[in-house]
Design a protein around this ligand. Sequence first.
Ligand SMILES: NC(=O)c1ccc[n+]([C@@H]2O[C@H](COP(=O)([O-])OP(=O)(O)OC[C@H]3O[C@@H](n4cnc5c(N)ncnc54)[C@H](OP(=O)(O)O)[C@@H]3O)[C@@H](O)[C@H]2O)c1
Length: 213
Amino acid sequence: MKVGILGSGDVAKALARGFIKHGHQVVLGTREVGKLSDFVKQYPGAQANGFADAAKFGELVVLAVKGTVALEALNAAGAANLAGKPVIDATNPIADAPPQNGVLKFFTSLDQSLMEQLQSALPAARFVKAFSCVGNAAMVNPQFPGGKPTMFICGNDDKAKATVRDILDQFGWDTADMGKAEAARAIEPLCMLWCIPGFLRNEWFHAFKLLQA
Ligand SMILES: NC(=O)c1ccc[n+]([C@@H]2O[C@H](COP(=O)([O-])OP(=O)(O)OC[C@H]3O[C@@H](n4cnc5c(N)ncnc54)[C@H](OP(=O)(O)O)[C@@H]3O)[C@@H](O)[C@H]2O)c1
């Protein structure tokens, strides 16, 4: 697939490496193309461009920017360039305030997630929450003694979720579909839980697994 990744940080790069590894073509979107020049030299399957060109390129788009500026980045990408496309939303609504006893602060409430805000601002894009509840080092084909971890996803469009499930199969995850966009109210805070062992004990390599009967 042609994948447009909005972002130039650790998540954008980790996912770009994963997409390239699995034979996809990637354009990363950033305000400053120069900051990705080493990365694109190292990974010839990747190119860097502005947010709008990356979004235009993608049949599948990934949103991997700081949560506080997610809407700004999507507006820069352009609603028309996202319309009808699956958009993997890897962001978390982390506030600028510092964590309290290892617990991150969010700028959202339990009654409205960041992804719901983005979905209502860009109704024609097909948002799917994914990759938000794990660190970037474990996003692609993670190896854990307990087997495949679970990626919790949600979104309003079943076809978009099927596309994301196929990607998650390639990236070595079990997928647990939690339903419509409102489920992001529960998925986004998993990031807080995931980060606590990191902040308290410097343990940053783990993932969630859903055990079912
Ligand atoms: N780090 C992780 O392991 C991890 C794991 C799961 C989820 N997440 C979530 O994934 C997202 C990306 O995380 P990250 O650690 O890779 O990077 P980050 O430092 O949170 O974000 C970097 C990106 O934000 C963009 N950005 C910053 N200010 C902007 C603005 N005013 N307008 C447009 N774009 C702006 C930057 O764009 P430029 O390229 O133009 O500078 C850059 O691409 C976050 O929402 C984070 O919570 C992170």
